[in-house]
Design a protein around this ligand. Structure first.
Ligand code: HEM
Length: 546
């Protein structure tokens, strides 16, 4: 066929394809839009206070299967939720549904709906955990079923729940982990002679490295970073691409992410193999060893063996466990420190934090960690960081059709409970976009004593998720973050120089108003990343003796 005869054929083919596609999209949009408007305007069924549960209104879309995937995947953190809030207020809805990559997904944020999500026995997370195991950790499908079974085997000697409650949540375990973390964090600072004369640094970048090493050593021992001193390089790439991997971005479009994932897992695998060559001696149960890390890791490794996981899958599961501490507690500490030191904060904020911290110095020079966790302003500021900077999606699959408050969901569908819709709702938190370190404090009207509390907010505040799957690292995370702040502020003078702005070419000098912003990413990042930095001068304080 020559050129002139080929062109009309292509045109006919294009028209033949595009016209039906256009018609399908127009028809889909019109029908979903019509149904949406009927649903949002429908009066509640049922009697008075007891409305009958019904399926949340489905957000209209044009492309079948794709549904709202593109809008939901917008990488400006919070953009989708801001849009959804407008819909929620306009139509008085406590939940909406979207089609996400072909799956009907309910976004639930009403108080009764959230309470039911955390309580319900009809919801689980195994399918999502397996998707994460295969896509993000490179586990085989077979091992993902062994690691995340649909039902826990009652006969199992070790279970994840028992393991977490005994070795991650108990106060003895948390204190041991915190002590090891602080010891390693402090040792790095002590070893840096340049801090005595003073250093000009980009604060968060500097802190990230220190916390990365101290957290990894506290959990996994010192051998991992001795074997792979540059482990952080691949880890950072993997962390930045975690949600893209989870959603199954094909390897062709995310080569660097897959390479970093495989490199991280391979390094953890070699570290595990080296550790297994030096098993803990019979009858001994050390709280930490250089080769195998903390006791929680030893017990996890016992669980891996009980479930007969390959060494590759064991390494992947260790990697995501490590990410719990690295990818959440580190930015949380960063946001808190930036706010304390920022010239944009209230003038007396830093001074009051310092007064509180001074009261936690023990006579031997160490920090009284339990006392730190009772400081009202510091703890309130920590909770405020989590309110403002956690973009969490509590994700569950529906195992059997059920009413979650007034929302009816069907077997096979998916639930997402977004923190953004409640944590930034002006009805629950006045001026929600503003960092207010006093938000969780109260002053006793008789004694004038300041205290703090994040309880009483019920399901309006859930940075650590809720119910059966609630974060088991929550107590350690808080102690770690407060410990970082105390060690730095009590031992160093830190002077603000300027903010550093993020640009395409890297960080450039900013003004005194350019407080760092939220790093772009998919919804559901947990503690959001920090974009930009703060230039400071840091100098060790002279030791006070006698
Ligand atoms: C500020 C810090 C942290 C935040 C905001 C956070 C948040 C979360 C959230 C939201 C979940 C899922 C809960 C759900 O689905 O309902 C989770 C799970 C988990 N977190 Fe954390 N986390 C933090 C720190 C940590 C630390 C320090 C560790 C470990 C040392 C940790 C270990 C885990 C583990 C093992 C799970 C999975 C639990 C399970 O599947 O049963 N987290 N975390």
């Amino acid at each position: 066929m020559d050129g002139p005869t080929l062109l009309p054929a292509i045109r006919t083919l294009a028209v033949g394809l595009l016209v039906p596609l256009g018609l399908i999209c127009t028809f889909t949009y019109c029908t979903t839009l019509y149904r949406y408007h009927c649903d949002v305007r429908r009066e509640p069924d049922g009697e008075g206070e007891y409305p009958t549960a019904r399926s949340p209104p489905l957000i209209p879309y044009a492309i079948p299967k794709l549904g709202s995937t593109i809008g939901f995947s917008n990488q400006t953190v919070g953009k989708f939720w801001t849009w959804l809030r407008v819909q929620a207020e306009r139509y008085g809805q406590g939940a909406f549904s979207i089609v996400l990559a072909g799956q009907r997904t309910h976004l639930i944020y009403s108080e009764d709906g959230l309470a039911a999500v955390f309580r319900s026995r009809h919801l689980s997370r195994a399918v999502l955990d397996r998707q994460l195991a295969v896509n993000v950790l490179g586990m085989s499908k077979e091992d993902s079923f062994k690691a995340f079974p649909d039902r826990t085997n009652e006969k199992e000697k070790i279970t994840t729940e028992r393991l977490h409650s005994d070795h991650l949540l108990s106060s003895a375990a948390v204190n041991t982990l915190t002590e090891k973390f602080i010891e390693t964090f402090q040792a790095q600072l002590d070893a840096d002679a340049s801090l005595t004369d003073g250093l000009d640094i980009n604060l968060y970048d500097w802190l990230w490295q220190l916390v990365f090493r101290a957290s990894t050593t506290a959990l996994c021992g010192s051998t991992l970073l001795e074997m792979y001193p540059d482990f952080d390089v691949d880890y950072r790439i993997w962390e930045d691409n975690l949600l893209g991997l989870l959603f199954g971005t094909p390897r062709l479009f995310a080569r660097q992410a897959y390479r970093a994932r495989d490199a991280c897992v391979e390094k953890m695998e070699r570290w595990l193999q080296a550790g297994y060559q030096h098993p803990v001696r019979e009858g001994e149960d050390p709280s930490w060893t250089p080769d195998t890390g903390a006791r929680i890791m030893h017990r996890r490794h016992d669980l891996y063996k009980q479930r007969e996981l390959s060494i590759h899958s064991q390494a992947g599961w260790d990697l995501i466990f490590l990410a719990g501490i690295l990818s959440n507690a580190t930015p949380a500490a960063g946001w808190l420190l930036l706010h304390i030191l920022s010239p944009t904060s209230a003038p007396d904020f830093r001074q009051r934090i310092m007064q509180e911290l001074e009261s936690c110095k023990r006579s031997d020079g160490y920090i009284d960690i339990p006392a730190l966790t009772r400081l009202p302003l510091l703890n309130s500021a920590f909770h405020e960081v989590l309110r403002l900077y956690v973009d969490l999606l509590v994700v569950r699959q529906v195992d059997s059709s059920v009413a979650l408050g007034t929302h009816h969901v069907r077997k096979g569908e998916q639930i997402m409970a977004p923190t953004w819709m409640t944590h930034r709702n002006p009805v629950f938190f006045a001026r929600p976009e503003v960092f207010n370190p006093e938000r969780f404090t109260t002053t006793n009207s008789v004694t004038g004593e300041l205290s703090y509390s994040a309880t009483g907010l019920g399901t309006n505040y859930f940075p650590f998720g809720g119910g059966h799957y609630m974060c088991p690292g929550r107590v350690f995370a808080k102690q770690e973050v407060l410990g970082i702040i105390a060690v730095l502020l009590l031992n160093f003078d830190i002077t603000f120089t300027r903010f550093m702005k993020h640009t395409k070419g890297g960080l450039t000098e900013g003004g005194t108003d350019d407080f760092p912003t939220i790093k772009p990413g998919f919804a559901g990042n947990q503690v959001v990343g920090i974009q930009g930095d703060m230039r400071v001068r840091i100098i060790r304080r002279p030791l006070v003796t006698g």
